[in-house]
Design a protein around this ligand. Structure first.
Ligand SMILES: *Cc1c(COP(=O)(O)O)cnc(C)c1O
Length: 358
């Protein structure tokens, strides 16, 4: 028998969430963001289920190549572009789009013009102050590109820093800067991530770039995924591999910092931080045992967590434990672990067995 830690990936929920995006941004094309192994859900399986997307966004060449090798012929965008001129043969060989965000990348193109035609997404910094050209430099950058051979379509993009907060005017400021910086320029425009396409209609423009909402987590601070009509795609589950009776005063797990207040059953479930479950999940973190809510006790170990079974005296070895997903929103788990759903979803690693359900 294999170790019971499993991620069930509900591809019909993924497609449902994609349709939510198409409804919300019906006038825009969709670049489905599947970087970081499809936010931990599996790159190629997620990509296949999203065949209706107009493009895919990834970060590494390896991801882009894996998609091409699996037969994907749609537009694939490298969201940080290339990292050196040695990437050029693969970028052109596999027909990938690149984001250009820095003049050093244009220096490389001038020095070593790549073969074929390169479609470019020019990234403008409108206030995230991370990647991108300053709005004042955009026309000179476009001039440099125009003098190069082999530059195909040019598209214009920027990224928003605060779109998850519908009350934060910084998004309007970034939108205004973007519209100003791109005024009169040819080329399709793209600004919105998941949060913006839901909460900031004016940011939808020609292309939206949803990531997290595809996977059924909420991109907005003030709304749950359920309220937004999103369905969880990953359900992370395992089973109890031991149930032991302990006495009042017995300390459970590393450091012994959780002490049984009374005689009680403690379950041990086969999942831990070695699988991607957050090590900082505190005692009290909810889990479902046989569909009913209870909580973890003591520290998360590499391979195991301990579970309070006082409310479920009949729970036994082999019973199912759900860590998040169906019935237990990943956003709640993330908040209690002091992080965001993005991080815990893409932390689930290949020690967990993935089952894809259509
Ligand atoms: C990751 C990423 C996105 C997706 O953001 P979500 O908040 O997951 O919707 C969009 N655009 C760019 C450039 C990204 O890197």
């Amino acid at each position: 028998m294999t170790r019971p830690a499993r991620a069930r990936i509900d591809l019909s929920a993924l497609q449902h969430n994609f349709q939510r995006i198409q409804q919300a941004a019906s006038g825009s094309r969709v670049m489905a963001i599947i970087k970081a192994n499809g936010y931990g859900h599996g790159l190629v399986d997620v990509g296949r289920a999203l065949a209706a997307a107009d493009a895919f966004g990834v970060v590494t060449l390896d991801e882009a190549i894996a998609l091409r090798e699996a037969g994907f012929d749609s537009r694939i965008v490298l969201l940080e572009g290339f990292f050196g001129a040695d990437d050029f043969p693969l970028v052109s060989g596999y027909g990938l789009d690149v984001v250009l965000h820095h003049s050093s990348q244009i220096d490389l193109l001038e020095r070593t013009p790549p073969a074929g035609t390169l479609d470019v997404w020019l990234k403008i910094d409108t206030g995230m102050n991370r990647l991108g050209f300053a709005p004042a430099d955009v026309s000179s950058v476009i001039g440099r590109l125009a003098r190069l051979d082999g530059i195909g379509n040019l598209r214009l993009m920027s990224h928003l820093a605060c779109a998850d907060d519908p009350e934060n005017d910084y998004t309007s400021l970034q939108l205004n800067r973007f519209m100003e910086a791109t005024q009169g320029l040819h080329g399709e425009r793209s600004l919105a991530n998941s949060a913006a396409l839901l909460a900031w209609p004016d940011t939808r423009l020609d292309w939206v770039r949803p990531g997290i909402m595809l996977y059924g987590a909420s991109p907005l601070l003030n709304r749950t995924a359920d309220e937004l009509g999103l369905r969880p795609v990953m359900t992370l589950a395992t089973r109890l591999i031991a149930v032991n009776r302990h006495q009042a005063g017995d300390a459970v797990g590393y450091g012994g910092d959780w002490v049984c207040p009374e005689a009680m059953n403690v379950g041990v479930a086969a999942i831990g931080y070695g699988d991607g479950y957050p090590r900082h999940a505190p005692s009290g973190m909810p889990v479902l045992v046989n569909g009913k809510r209870t909580s973890i006790i003591g520290r998360v170990s590499m391979d195991m967590i301990c579970i309070d079974l006082r409310s479920q005296p009949d729970a036994g070895i082999g019973d199912e434990v759900v860590l998040w997903g169906e019935g237990l929103p990943v956003d709640d788990v993330a908040a209690r672990a002091g992080t965001i759903a993005y991080e815990i979803l893409c932390s689930v690693n290949n020690r967990v067995h993935f089952d894809y359900m259509t």
